[in-house]
Design a protein around this ligand. Sequence first.
Ligand code: LFR
Length: 459
Amino acid sequence: MSQSFAAVDLGASSGRVVVGRFENGGLSLDVVHRFPNEPVRVGGTLHWDILSLYRGVVEGLRKAGPVRSIGIDSWAVDYGLIDASGALLGNPVHYRDARTDGVAERVKDLYQVCGLQKLPFNTVYQLIAAEPTPQYAVAERLLMIPDLLAYWLTGEIGAEYTNASTTGLLDVRTREWSWPLISELGLREKLLPPVRHPGELIGHFEGTPVVAVGSHDTASAVVAVPAEGTGFAYISCGTWSLVGLELDAPVLSEASRAANFTNEGGVDGTIRYLRNVMGLWPLQECLREWGSPDLPSLLAAAGEVPALEYVVDLDDPVFLPPGDMEARLRKAADLPSGADRPTIVRCILDSLALAQRRAVREARELADREVSVVHLVGGGALNELLCQLTADACGLPVLAGPVEATAIGNLLVQARAAGLVPPGLDAMRALVRETQHIVRYAPAGSGGAWDAAAARLGR
Ligand code: LFR
């Protein structure tokens, strides 16, 4: 029987179908299809082009050939509404759209129920913004993006747990929908489908099983963090940097709420205790504005720029929306008008390393956890300058890789459901350690310059 599995992994700027082959204790990956994910602004609203994503998924699955199963993950919080006939009611709205501006401020604090960082785009705030629309009035079900794609592939409806945990409507203690909160907010209970868990069979696509994985991309990425034991922090670094710890139970203290830490649901009942740090988004936006210049030479030049001369607070929501990123950075960092692109890139990376350091430090204090190493997974692991700066800023070794953590986590959960990998996160992580390329960055310097830069930002 084939030992191959297909991971559908949708990111904010592209989607991929990755085939993973488990053989002789090894795991080999083959990216069989890549397709763009280009948001579309229509009538003043920023949407995901969900049908083009679905086409990419189906084309990729055809290219993948025969596999034992299929798993789907994507970014979190966004959803589609379907009517009683199963038809999609409009294109899903992008979490960076302005429709949620000011909504969170109108809603009571939900931390004790859902344990989530207050981000303006959490599903709950999007739903409250959508409530007055005719689409909402006739909606029968809400399906998160991976659940919507799984529905189109299989005809089956459900809400995968790790992604449901990002909605703000799931009770962080019971791990079920919080019906009291849902009715208190005046939302319709019926919208929310039954919760399903990673490893469960969803249905079939052309005869191939579709299996629930950690359908929140960050949940899958954390599965593939090649850590040993519990004394580690992780950074899942791509468009966002998700910086935090893996815990057995949520931290719901007032200090944790005030520090805006999230308790998202992980695979195998773990809690992903983390903060959303702005990540590589400002760099990606600058590169887009600059017409996609060669990144390696830009990073090499940024490496020559003096360290920490210009830093910004990347946790500032001013950097959330798309467009005009260079102008926003210049203003926030008070950059001289002659500052060139390498200086801007250096400002972004120094600021990102600082924000990551802050999140690692706060997470360990708030959760009272010893941390001796930082694992940095995802596309950011390819950025050597960022990895070194992160090690220096944190004063801890950074183990960078795997780059494909999300797809690997997706594949591992499927392989485990098929009986190819033993139970437990440790077994999956051992397999990642044995089969994937990981680079160690030792911290350099005393950390004094980072303390001073943090003090300049008042953080
Ligand atoms: C990362 C991610 C984050 C989530 C953000 C928006 O891709 O899934 O975890 O907060 O995208 O959905």
